[in-house]
Design a protein. Sequence first.
Lengths: 220, 220
Amino acid sequence: MSEAPLPGAPVTVVVVDDHAVFRSGLKADLDERVRVVGEAGTVEEAVTAIAALRPRVVLLDVHLPGGLGGGGREVLTRSTALLGEVRFLALSVSDAAEDVVSTIRAGARGYVTKTASGREITDAVLRVAEGDAVFSPRLAGFVLDAFGTASVADDELGKLSARELDVMRLIARGYTYRETAKELFISVKTVETHVSAVLRKLQLANRHELSRWAADRRIL
Amino acid sequence: MSEAPLPGAPVTVVVVDDHAVFRSGLKADLDERVRVVGEAGTVEEAVTAIAALRPRVVLLDVHLPGGLGGGGREVLTRSTALLGEVRFLALSVSDAAEDVVSTIRAGARGYVTKTASGREITDAVLRVAEGDAVFSPRLAGFVLDAFGTASVADDELGKLSARELDVMRLIARGYTYRETAKELFISVKTVETHVSAVLRKLQLANRHELSRWAADRRIL
DNA sequence: CGACCCATGGGGGGACACCCTGAACGGACC
DNA sequence: GGTCCGTTCAGGGTGTCCCCCCATGGGTCG
């Protein structure tokens, strides 16, 4: 790879996970072929650390708290300027298709579930650093499927705006319009507008179908 | 505590989690007041290790794979013979009331979310070893609530009549009153009556909570 | 600069959800 | 036979859901 820094030098890594214990585990289990140069437990810390340290690879927990849904993706969207220089490898307990696809779409170069060993994660980091895309074996199949048929199957979600996603998540959980409005500091009428847009874009009839739709995709 | 072994001796711990990296993190972050004498990544390994090693405390991930729902609880139910000798401290990423309550019901003496630091988890282990019940601060409130009404809360489902169950299942799936009435060959008004009875008996506010209640219990 | 999308919010209205009271019938239990 | 409960249904009311219309301000894109 022409982008590789000094051959033989360890790959620099920043670890992002809200669980301090898991970060410690990574630092203990990643072997000497990589070097952990920083860590972060929140979205803010992560964005700051990545911009300052410019690691070769970021090991990113998809389920960071903070963003209304999937704070890990927020780190990605706020680091787009660095996407050419820094590679992101997503770490997640979930292997739900929706999570994987949307994370890749946000710019991650690989996706590994947390059941992997330190050795396996090290291997994945190195391959991502070299430009490969890496997926846990049992994810590889449907990731390819997803991107073969993604234009139809999945882009329903991509058509929702950020605010519509906020509203959709709360409504799908059973919040009333009034509760949703209070939670998001907007008027009930605005919630109605967003819900109508969501139902129209997703081609659903009512909030019950929305709940099931979201549950099927594990968006709750 | 009269049950305490040698005063000053470190508390023995077995770590159960399907993520090897997280186990490493625990071993690295738990301080010298406890001693990790074994670990396991599956239900089978855990049951075997606990029976053989007889640790003072088991740090148990609730979300082990294997059991049809929450394999961690399976470890508890298969170790009941040791519950007097070995204390279980549940570790989970979830702070959902349902998970917490059912885990405590299965015999765990505490419940800590994985966002806790190594120091906090060590403290929790020591307190459980001494006989205390330990909960993450924001869990403490509703755990007490849940157990104030626990004896009643259990047989809620048994209190529903046959017809109420019929109606409840359809409503929980998102059927409207009208659709439910048609399906069961009764009037909309009768459906209303049954739904009201169900909501009252289960102490739920509306059909959305009913949907979640039923989903949690896998009644759908 | 105009076209377009997004986020915000309002008026109004039909349909539905949920609650209250009340009532009729039948079966079960003592 | 009286009492309780489950099942059936009604009238009437309030609040929520979801739709239609509309408007304003901001951002992006060509």
